[in-house]
Design a binder for this molecule. Structure first.
Ligand code: FUC
Length: 808
């Protein structure tokens, strides 16, 4: 597999330029930005990195050893079996269906009574009434499901041992390869999911004199029928469901086999390939899922749609199909490069699981960290493209009919974390599915808000493809109408990074506004302090001890208060940018100074709940009361330092009680320490993420597999190298550089204000930086105590030396 080397630079630059030209009209890229990208990274030599391949020396024995490919919508896990290959398939809209939870009408008066109970200190009674009177019953299961499996059986394999086996995923090309010798012949397979051609493409090749003798099969654990059509086509179709209930999405997958030499024929419900030198298998799928309104399924002819797609790609030579896919992927992937130094050659030559094991034992492996970083970007490119559904709890990859947590969209941390790396690592357009989902939540989230007696829209701790918003299940997770409000913060951040005013006007402002409308009505005056508080809510999903009981709900929880303040401030900022004036903004201005602020408890920690309750689980995986430190900015060392020390204490306390035990929780902690400017603590937690919460194929594990930690870990690495969240938008170079990363280089990170940033360092000291201004904003840069500030014009390059002096 291709490993980037210095010799490849010219080629890489040429490919990139070529991609830029082909994709100059890419949705989501700002006008003129494409050319500037070329300036920003195209003109520079890329750092050599061996950190871009995940490698195995044997077939996958289990699913978490298989290698993921995806084009946003279609995904596959490649096992690399020798005589029998399994390629597990996904299509992102294969969901078992409604019904979804719905709240009862007219909850406002009940809520008011319950609030009075909490204000009177009758928390247990209040919580019971929430469970009985407010929350809708949970309806389960209603899961994202596997599309099925593609099996490729070698009928001539003869069971002999395979030699020279290698299986690899090249993150830069997004091609998974399997290579081995068996019975004197060499076999080679390539698998990729092409975004431009919207097919999953597989090619099997042999140098065996009498060619390939294969059986090709499509199946699924349940609820499907497969038939062969003509000589070369398999059609598999069905409806996602659970035991004839939760009837959901209707789906159809089509596979076309194209032998090179030899022939293909149908045999029962399978295809047979005979005497072929190679065979290409093209697979696509269509469903009746309607992202714009899941309650009204699409009526398109799924078979015709798939056959049309296959007809369009069947004529392409393999090399061309692959080149188109690779070029498209690299437009995104090559935007950012990380080099943390070289791994010892003996270690670098080992398969990924062995390297992971060595890392666990304390080995230094900078390439592995680079791979982990780039894998986060890779997985986002593969699971979230404009037009696809958002990356779910497993991204796109799921072999179950009933997945853990239904592989849904948890919005009390998990979905948000999936998108943390998007802006800062140069993948802003991949947020489109996220925002489309949040926009979709306005329908049912508006109905829910009305039932609570509020304007605007809100959503609870989780949702799924059916875009429901109900408060449901148990108080400990379900009583939390802040999921959507948190998501609206991403809209403001997207604007800060990209300057995309059209987005802010069309998507961002309406989301912020409708969320603010809800929050204004949701807030209630605390009779004791006269301040505005949220509640009763859970502080996701922790509990406290109260009069001998374990309770979850309280008033004025720190996270709610911080999300509200942030939403209000964001709305005012957005209104300022767009020149909007409307009465709702006056309400927000009036409410802001009355909002209760997070408090510090007697032991110096930020209080999680409005009162100093004792946590029932002091090492809890959520660290919700640090929302303002990360992803928010309400606690930061420069212009909001008040709670900084109290935030650090929260972390130390959590960690000393076993915190960070799930992958995503550990990933969040990396980001927290980066924001506390503590590079060494961030690095300790990054090490722990790889050592304790990473599976053989580098998927994150909760356990079980859950992808958020991959994304949170990737974002955390970026956060250690670059931050730009203070109120002046200062671009801080290497704010949390650990001692362990004494030298390195990163290119193509993005800062708020629209800057592409390259940084080089040696012996822990800045050696130079290069910033490209995409939007022509003022450029304020800091490294340690030094700062510099320059006006810029669009496309201007600012080159700095190690003392932040401008050298160009
Ligand atoms: C949140 C977490 C759980 C899990 C679930 C999918 O609710 O508390 O740990 O990650 O999402």
């Amino acid at each position: 597999p291709a490993v980037g080397g210095r010799g490849c630079r010219a080629l890489k630059a040429a490919v990139r330029l070529d991609c830029m030209m082909k994709h100059a009209s890419w949705r989501g890229l700002l006008a003129g930005q494409v050319a500037i990208w070329t300036l920003a990274v195209g003109g520079l030599p890329l750092a050599a990195g061996q950190g871009q391949v995940i490698r195995f020396d044997r077939p996958a024995g289990k699913w978490v050893e298989a290698l993921p490919v995806g084009n946003g919508r279609l995904g596959a896990m490649v096992f690399g079996g020798t005589s029998r290959e399994r390629i597990q398939l996904n299509e992102d809209s294969v969901w078992a269906g409604p019904p979804v939870p719905v709240n009862a009408d007219n909850l406002g008066p009940k809520l008011a009574e319950i609030r009075r109970l909490f204000f009177a200190g009758r928390n247990a009674e209040g919580e019971q009434r929430v469970a009985r009177e407010i929350l809708a019953p949970r309806i389960s299961p209603r899961s994202y499901q596997t599309l099925g499996d593609l099996w490729i059986e070698d009928l001539d394999a003869g069971g002999g041992e395979a030699a020279d086996y290698e299986r690899a995923l090249d993150l830069q090309t997004a091609v998974a390869t399997t290579h081995f010798r068996q019975g004197g012949a060499t076999s080679r397979r390539e698998v990729f999911a092409s975004a431009p051609d919207d097919v999953l493409a597989v090619r099997v090749e042999t140098d065996r004199p009498d060619g390939l003798n294969l059986r090709i099969r499509l199946d699924r654990p349940a609820d499907f029928a497969t038939r062969a059509e003509g000589n070369d086509l398999l059609i598999m179709e069905g409806r996602a469901q659970h035991d004839g209930k939760q009837l959901g999405v209707r789906w159809l997958a089509a596979l076309k086999a194209i032998p090179e030499g030899g022939r293909v024929r149908a045999e029962g419900n399978d295809l047979r390939i005979e005497q072929a030198r190679a065979v290409r298998l093209l697979l696509t799928a269509a469903t009746d899922y309607n992202f714009d309104n899941p309650d009204e399924p699409l009526t398109r002819d799924r078979r015709a749609w798939c056959l049309d797609r296959l007809a369009k790609t069947a004529g392409l030579e393999w090399a061309e199909l692959k080149a188109r896919s690779v070029a498209d992927h690299r437009v995104l992937f090559d935007r950012c490069v990380l080099d943390l130094g070289d791994t010892a050659p003996e270690l670098a030559a080992k398969p990924t699981p062995a390297r992971l094991e060595a890392f666990r034992q304390g080995a230094e492996d900078p390439d592995l960290i680079e791979t982990y970083f780039q894998y986060g970007r890779y997985l986002l490119i593969c699971s979230s493209r404009p037009g696809s559904l958002p990356a779910n709890l497993q991204g796109l990859w799921n072999e179950h009919l009933k997945a853990p947590w239904n592989s849904d969209y948890h919005i009390n941390i998990n979905l948000q974390m999936n998108y943390w790396p998007a802006e800062v690592t140069g993948l802003p357009e991949l947020t489109e599915p996220f925002f489309r989902l949040v926009q979709g939540l306005r329908r049912k989230g508006g109905e829910m808000a009305r039932k609570l007696g509020c304007r605007g829209f809100a959503a609870s701790h989780t949702t799924d493809a059916w875009q429901w918003a109900a408060l449901m299940g148990r108080p400990g997770y379900g009583m939390w109408p802040f999921g959507a409000a948190w998501c609206t913060a991403h809209a403001m951040e997207h604007y800060r990074f990209t300057g995309d005013r059209e987005f802010l006007e069309r998507v961002g402002y309406p989301l912020l506004r409708e969320s603010a409308a809800f929050l204004l009505d949701w807030l209630v005056e605390d009779p004791e302090t006269g301040l505005l508080v949220s509640g009763p809510t859970t502080s996701p999903e922790n509990s406290y001890r109260f009069q001998g009981r374990r309770l979850h709900l309280a008033m004025g929880n720190a996270m709610d208060q911080m999300i509200i303040r942030e939403n209000f401030e964001n709305l005012l900022e957005a209104a300022g940018v767009l020149g909007v004036q409307e009465p709702l903004l006056d309400e927000v201005r009036a409410a802001l100074p009355r909002l209760a602020r997070p408090q510090v408890g007697p032991d110096g920690r930020i209080l999680e709940w409005g009162h100093p309750y004792e946590e029932a689980e002091p090492g809890h995986r959520h660290v919700s009361h640090l929302y303002g430190l990360h992803p928010g900015r309400l606690i930061n060392p420069w212009d909001e330092p008040d709670l900084l020390a109290a935030a650090r204490k929260v972390l130390t306390y959590r960690l000393s009680h076993g915190g960070g035990h799930t992958g995503w929780s550990r990933a969040w902690i990396i980001n927290f320490y980066a924001r506390l400017l503590d590079g060494d603590a961030a690095w300790d937690n990054l090490r722990a993420l790889l050592a304790k919460s990473t599976l053989p194929n580098l998927f994150d594990t909760h356990p079980p597999f859950q992808i958020d930690g991959n994304f949170g870990g990737c974002a955390g690495i970026a956060e250690m190298l670059l931050q730009s969240h203070d109120r002046r938008g200062t671009i801080r170079l290497l704010p949390a550089l650990p001692k362990a990363w004494s030298r390195g280089e990163v290119r193509g990170l993005r800062a708020r204000g629209g800057f592409v940033v390259d940084i080089r360092w040696r012996e822990g000291r800045l050696e130079g930086a290069r910033l490209v201004s995409l939007l022509g904003n003022r450029c304020r840069v800091a490294w340690g105590d030094r700062t510099g500030e320059w006006p810029t014009s669009r496309g201007e390059i600012i080159e700095l030396d190690g003392r932040l002096r401008r050298i160009r």
